[in-house]
Design a protein around this ligand. Sequence first.
Ligand code: GLP
Length: 264
Amino acid sequence: MEVIIAPDRHKAALLVARIVAKELRADPRLVLGLATGRTMERVYACLVDLHRGEGLDFSVCSTFNLDEYIGIPADHPCSYRRYMDEHLFAQVNVAPGRTHLPDGMAPDLGAECRRYESLIQAAGGIGLQLLGIGSDGHIGFNEPLSALRSRTREKALTPSTLEQNAPMFGGDPAAVPRRAITMGVGTILDSRRCLMLVTGESKAAILAKAVEGPITSMVTASALQLHPRCQVVVDEEAAAHLQGIDYYRWIFANEPEWAEFRGA
Ligand code: GLP
């Protein structure tokens, strides 16, 4: 795992978008794993800018989102499908048929989870997986005690997640669906590269647990420590509780891989 500290949330999101753009230019058929949440909105805005300004081409890539709420239709204003359409898909040249999210309205949710895993496999696996972190340390909707080898399945959301996501549902935690389909931790760890973005002081404590704490199903983001190629891009606020901050800065300043991304 590598931690990259950007001066602020905007530069952090831009850095993530530039890493995505570099991967997509190197492999236009990239299979992208996508995440939702307010943190990611800035990344998608940067990718839309790169598409419009520099012709970043999404036409032959495929996308798989981490998760979707159960029980709300795709056209519900708070569905993750709607989020993706609004923030990215409708604004770039991705082929709609190549964009995938679990179907939270499927009559047989177990079969839908298995279908989603098969689709990912049939696409050749995820090349680059974007991730945020929940206030309880989740990735996707892998809530505390999710098996670290779990696959796509249904999960009940914790009260803290309902609270965190309430602003998107008019501020009322009771309005947030209680369950979701999510890629499992094992599904996420199978991605060839993971890129997590964490910003803001409210995430500082959970970020430190995920990056520097023990690997535990209580903080499913900590499983990323097992991943052979995982970068965590953070802003100064989110980095506030990290013990190894000087070392992380030194790595970013000295690794040749990051030369083109420094000072951006
Ligand atoms: C939801 C998503 C997660 C995401 C999290 C962060 O819970 N299921 O994948 O990481 O939101 O949200 P935000 O960026 O709004 O803090």
